[in-house]
Design a protein. Structure first.
Lengths: 322, 242
């Protein structure tokens, strides 16, 4: 599989007014262990950018540096035009953060958390509670809430101060599939609202469901970045269509299928055909089958998706139930 | 204003969680009742005053030590372990606001623990008259700030609640036994007396107890306790980058 590093953006990108995050050549080591190695990253206004990678890929360290929670060893980091290391006090009120493995005191109530984390820019806390289905939990202690409710509360707190960038780190870690769906729906609403989101995850299905663009990391380095469609084109396997040939003249049928646009390989085993090719081949084979007058009952199609692209690219990334 | 919100929030949580204060409230009271009743009520060659009065005055320092060396480090380290400190930092709380909030929490805990101790002592042993109120109040204040600030410092340095409990108890019990809650200096060997003289809790205890019971002004001890308070306060505020 061809693993290509995305080209470094030109210096002109700096002038781009919709650039929320700009990172060039970021490095961070803990002792002798390099955890972030020459990472470039751009986040544009209004997009949901996913950073995906295996555990230890350097994702969390990268976003902690962006939030001013850790200092970089080298590289240029600008978040909303500010240096997180030097301007942390100015930057943090502009960020909304959901941190990995971070909780609230068990006895803190939802309305108290809302009050505690309300900064000067805070607006619409009650509306946010309503919107994320927590209005009825206003008086509940954090420790009494389900995992899904706790994560939705963290989303409310992350959005409370009208942030210009929301950082969500392993948002659905440890949640059951139903709770994960709840939280995904909440993030989808953020995307609909045009909120800029930096989403860190090691779950392929989450990246596929939520992200406009994806950056894949492994061992501290960026392996590739792009829209899901671009990553699928670059890294996913071929589409595969298998079916039993309609009754008739097999040799002619085989030749017709081979000639269809996008078809790259055709294998015949008895009366079954396995066709591999680009995603467009799926439509053309389907059209050919309809034209042949009979859609086979055993028609099976494997569509290349972001999950298969990233699985191939990263290797060993957790595949989750969607 | 964020600091004020954090102070209010921390005090509310302290009031809501009875277990946080258990050690501070229960340990000094129980041990004072036992030790205070073990040596009668007459001065002798090791107790320059009524032993019950000696221990009532001394055990206020035990409340301060229990707060600073055990309660606060465990409380703050548990916050670190749960990621509460990172959440506060990421949410834009200023670097010193958490230290201020915990200092207030610690001082309130000392005040509540002290009042409970004296309230229990009053009907059982009586509370000795304060001979030099100004020095006693000054020493109490300096000792409280010193040990509460040490507690904040330990809590931000230690990685987990379990580690904080182990280190805190390791610091607390020798300080407690040699620095005020155990035998009086005259009953100790000369080597232990030397250690007790230099223990921060022993110094703070003498700064409070001596002017309270009319045993002396303990000026150097008051000065040393005040100095410790300033240094610990500075270190705690500096460490609380969380």
């Amino acid at each position: 599989m061809d693993i290509t590093r995305p080209p470094r953006p030109s210096p002109d990108d700096d002038a781009s007014t919709d650039q929320v995050v700009r990172v060039r050549g970021l490095r961070k080591s803990y002792g002798d262990r390099v955890v972030v190695d020459d990472v470039d990253l751009d986040v544009h206004r209004g997009e949901v950018l996913g950073i995906i990678g295996t555990n230890g890929a350097g994702k969390t360290t990268t976003v902690e540096i962006l939030q001013g929670l850790r200092r970089a060893d080298a590289g240029e980091v600008r978040v909303l035009g500010l240096d997180p290391a030097r301007d942390a006090d100015r930057l943090r009120p502009l960020l909304g953060s959901q941190l990995q493995s971070s909780r609230l005191p068990d006895r803190m109530r939802v309305d108290e958390a809302l009050h505690l984390f309300s900064g000067p820019r805070a607006d619409g806390g009650e509306t946010l509670l309503d919107r994320f289905g927590l209005a009825h939990r206003r008086g509940s202690a954090f420790g009494s809430m389900s995992g899904g409710e706790q994560q939705r509360l963290f989303l409310v707190l992350a959005l409370l101060n009208r942030p210009r960038l929301v950082v969500l780190d392993e948002l659905t870690q440890g949640l059951d599939p139903a709770a994960r769906r709840e939280v995904w729906a909440a993030v989808s609403r953020l995307r609909s609202d045009g909120t800029t989101v930096l989403l860190v995850t090691h779950e392929l299905a989450e990246a596929e469901a939520l992200c406009d663009r994806v950056v894949a990391m492994r061992d501290g380095r960026v392996l590739d970045a792009g829209t899901p469609a671009e990553l699928v084109d670059r890294h996913a396997g071929r589409a595969e269509i298998t079916f039993t040939l309609p009754a008739g003249r097999p040799a002619e049928q085989l030749a017709e299928v081979r000639a269809l646009p996008g078809v790259q390989q055709v294998r015949r085993t008895g009366d079954r055909l396995a066709v591999e090719g680009e995603r467009a081949a799926i439509a053309h084979v389907g059209r050919w089958l309809v034209g042949a007058g009979r859609v086979p009952a055993d028609l099976r199609v494997v569509v290349p998706d972001l999950e298969s692209a990233l699985l191939g690219l990263l290797g060993g990334v957790e595949r989750t139930a969607a | 204003m964020s600091t004020a919100r954090l102070v209010v929030s921390e005090l509310r949580l302290l009031a809501r969680d009875p277990f946080t204060l258990t050690f501070v409230l229960a340990f000094p009271v129980v041990t004072m009742l036992i030790i205070g009743g073990a040596f009668g009520s007459q001065p002798d060659e090791v107790f320059p005053v009524d032993p019950t009065q000696w221990y009532v005055a001394a055990y206020l320092t035990v409340v301060i030590a229990a707060t600073g060396l055990v309660m606060l480090p465990v409380h703050i380290a548990a916050y670190r372990e749960r990621g509460v400190l990172r959440r506060l930092t990421a949410s834009g709380f200023s670097r010193w606001s958490f230290a201020v909030a915990e200092l207030v929490v610690g001082l309130v805990a000392v005040a509540v623990g002290g009042v409970v101790l004296l309230a229990v002592a009053l009907p059982v042993y009586g509370v000795p008259a304060v001979e030099d109120p100004l020095r006693v109040v000054g020493a109490l204040l300096a000792a409280s700030v010193a040990f509460v600030a040490l507690g904040v410092l330990l809590g931000t340095l230690l990685p987990s609640a379990r580690a904080a409990q182990a280190v805190g108890l390791l610091l607390f019990f020798p300080s407690f036994l040699l620095g005020g809650g155990g035998p009086p200096p005259a009953a100790m060997s000369s080597a232990l007396q030397r250690v007790a003289e230099w223990l921060p809790l022993g110094v703070a205890n003498q700064a409070i107890r001596d002017p309270w019971l009319g045993l002396g002004e303990a000026g150097p001890q008051l000065l040393a306790t005040a100095l410790l308070a300033v240094v610990a306060l500075g270190l705690a505020a500096r460490r609380s980058t969380l």
